[in-house]
Ligand binder design. Structure first.
Ligand code: FAD
Length: 312
């Protein structure tokens, strides 16, 4: 039987972070902010808000980040920023807006090609040519945290794993302080990747992206697009549970908790959880790991009046 719980001494050294995406409508907005408030009781080291390639979620990402920092008081909120499909001036202006919201941590990304995943990437005329160029510009702008992407199973556009690690090195050489991985389910992929990354002289934390599986067929489709594999050992645990939501939920929470416990055994201490803006499954994973909800600390809640005012 796989272990799902961490020893208290292990838990004390672990940092969780949570990822959210900006809501598309009022109902999703309510759900998002309830989720953020709920998961804050697990004291994440930081939380991030995604940004649509080509600025497609610009206003919604800004509003979400502004509310999480300015109204909810979560100053540990990081803003994703993509540079595909936009001139430098537009990207720089959005960065300024995030800074005015109180952001001090960016997740700097290129973004998918404008023709969609699988189409050829073309740098935008007068734009940042890739994530490494964006990192360089952000680093020149200030002394904040910069996280970037990493791909244990290789990015679909990459020629090979070496080209991928070479790109990661360029991003770190330009000032990135952490890499967060694409989701994966086979920890051996991550361990092999981490070995290669360290051998390439990259020494920033490489934080595994963990995706608790709310919906297996959706995850398999998404995995196919982004080059992640879903091992048979996982599909066979979930595929027959389509009509048994309670059992499916239990199994999915165990799968994610087991993955984290195994990574802790392999020496990993930081975990970034893709929440899909829903708290029950993520909360169940945290509870299996042995986390107990704690009241959100006063300083995390301290609303910055200047930001709130700027938010209107
Ligand atoms: P890069 O790091 O610049 O490149 C990724 C890899 O692709 C490189 O390792 C390189 O080997 C290869 N590559 C890049 N350009 C080329 C080229 N021209 N030819 C051949 N190979 C090339 N997307 C969003 O739209 N919004 C988000 O908020 C967002 N957040 C993400 C967060 C994380 C943690 C991760 C892992 C991904 C996220 N993505 C997001 C997805 C990401 O934008 C896509 O994977 C995109 O295709 C690549 O962006 P990048 O920053 O990883 O690119």
């Amino acid at each position: 039987m796989e272990r799902t719980s961490l020893h208290p001494s292990e838990r004390g050294n672990i940092r969780l972070s949570f990822e959210y995406f900006p809501p598309k409508n009022e109902e999703m907005e309510t759900q998002l902010f309830q989720t953020v408030a709920d998961l804050a009781s697990f004291a994440p080291a930081f939380q991030t808000v995604t940004y649509g390639a080509g600025g497609s979620t610009k206003a919604r990402s800004l509003t979400t980040v502004r509310r999480m920092i300015g109204e909810m008081g979560f100053r540990n909120t990081a803003a994703h920023m993509t540079c595909v499909g936009a001139p430098r001036s537009e990207v720089d202006a959005v960065v300024e807006e995030f800074l005015a919201c109180g952001v001090h941590h960016f997740v700097a990304l290129r973004g998918d090609p404008q023709g969609g995943v699988g189409s050829a990437y073309q740098p935008f005329p007068g734009g940042y040519e890739n994530a490494a160029a964006l990192v360089k510009a952000l680093r020149a702008r200030g002394d904040f945290e910069i996280s970037v992407s990493a791909y244990p199973e290789k990015h679909p556009e990459s020629r090979d794993a070496a080209a991928d690690i070479d790109m990661l090195k360029r991003k770190v050489d330009n000032g990135a302080t952490r890499a967060i991985t694409q989701f994966f389910f086979d920890n051996d992929h991550f361990e092999r990747y981490l070995d290669q990354v360290r051998r390439a002289g990259i020494d920033v934390p490489i934080v595994p992206g963990i995706l608790p599986i709310n919906n297996l067929s959706q995850v398999m489709k998404f995995a196919g697009l982004c080059g992640s594999t879903v091992p048979d050992a996982i599909t066979s645990r979930l595929a027959h549970l389509d009509d048994q939501p309670a059992e499916r939920f239990r199994e999915a929470s165990h799968i994610a908790a087991e993955q984290i416990v195994d990574l802790v055994r392999r020496g990993v201490r930081d975990f970034h959880i893709y929440t899909m803006n829903r708290s029950p499954l993520v909360a169940a994973v945290c509870e299996l790991l042995g986390y107990v909800r704690s009241p959100v600390k006063a300083e995390e809640r301290a609303v910055d009046e200047s930001i709130k005012t700027a938010a209107g």
